[in-house]
Design a binder for this molecule. Structure first.
Ligand code: PBG
Length: 318
């Protein structure tokens, strides 16, 4: 009997549902058992504003340490929380098929974004969401919020029982809400024309030690679980972020779609106040990881050539 594969996860409700789905799929593909190893991360423990904790990878570092210390065999991350740099000794061995990429509005009284009265308060901790909200609705008051999905939902007046209800709406990733069974609270799926998601939003990454990526009991299952169109899309999106030398809290959105013959990549760079949005598209027929990376780099350079660094306060040079 093969020993159970140890699957590292954050301990939040969202992480646990995501990880359980991944672990079940892998275990079924590879015919092995699994156990969950819960790891708490700086992002979970520290309640300060995400922009304040700063740095990339607040949700990820402890999981990576657990892998490197051999406390688990694979780790499951939300791909959008994964820093774009390589992690020494570790490999993203599978990117499963992506869920809904959109951001979602959860508002009081079933309101949509257009229907929110003038001056309404909308909570988000994401500079990218804040800037695009301000661009669409300059009259709104955007409130910086933190906490897990249920804590944020509880801030909306009358949305869930017993919450403080001090806001008119919050914006969250549709994928996270759906994974938690909270999709019924979504009052509008925000169109990507209005709100480009974070690079990697709605996708997961399964990471393992590079030594195990080729030959371990679970390596074959990871290869089968990898979904190439999703991997190409997130590779292109993350290449934009990487070339712009920006992290997951930068006011940058990116979204790629992959059909049988082309990859279409869109990206937006925003000023914090939403006054300037620079948005461009790049298309490539090279459906390889290298081709997806190049598309992201080319698009980032076009954004830089049009003032992206100044608009978003980035330090990247052309
Ligand atoms: N930064 C936290 C985070 N990381 C991944 C998700 C949602 C699920 C996803 O995008 O895959 C969330 C919550 C949110 O942004 O609403």
């Amino acid at each position: 009997m093969t020993p159970a594969v140890r699957v590292g996860t954050r301990a939040s409700a969202l992480a646990l549902t995501q990880t359980t789905t991944v672990a079940e799929s892998l275990a079924a593909l590879g015919e092995f058992g699994y156990e969950l190893v819960r790891v708490s991360t700086t992002g979970d423990v520290n309640r300060a504003s995400l922009s304040q904790i700063g740095g990339t990878g607040v949700f990820v570092a402890a999981l990576r340490e657990a892998l490197l210390d051999d406390n688990c065999d694979v780790a499951v991350h939300s791909l959008k929380d994964l820093p774009t740099g390589e992690a020494e000794g570790l490999t993203v061995a599978a990117v499963p098929e992506r869920a809904d990429i959109r951001d979602a509005l959860c508002a009081r009284d079933g309101l949509t974004l257009a229907g929110l009265p003038e001056g309404s308060s909308v909570g988000t901790g994401s500079p990218r969401r804040a800037a695009q909200l301000r661009a669409a609705r300059p009259d709104l008051s955007i409130i910086d919020i933190r906490g897990n999905v249920d804590t944020r939902l509880a801030r909306v007046a009358g949305l869930v029982d017993g919450g403080p209800g001090d806001l008119d709406a919050v914006v969250l990733a549709a994928a996270g809400l759906t994974r938690l069974g909270r999709q019924g609270l979504i009052t509008e799926y925000l169109a990507t024309e209005l709100m480009l998601p974070a690079p990697g939003q709605g996708a997961l990454a399964v990471e393992c030690r590079s030594d195990d990526a080729g030959a371990s009991v679970f390596a074959q299952a990871l290869r089968q679980y990898d979904h190439l169109p999703t991997r190409l899309a997130v590779t292109a999106e993350r290449a934009v972020l990487r070339r712009l030398e920006a992290g997951c809290t930068a006011p940058i959105g990116a979204h790629a779609t992959v059909t049988d013959d082309v990859l279409t990549l869109e990206a937006v760079v925003c000023s914090a106040d939403g006054g300037r949005l620079l948005r461009r598209t790049e298309i490539t027929a090279d459906l390889s990881v290298g081709g997806a990376t190049s598309a992201g780099v080319v698009l980032a350079e076009e954004l830089l050539a049009n003032g992206a660094a100044e608009i978003a306060g980035l330090s990247a040079d052309l």
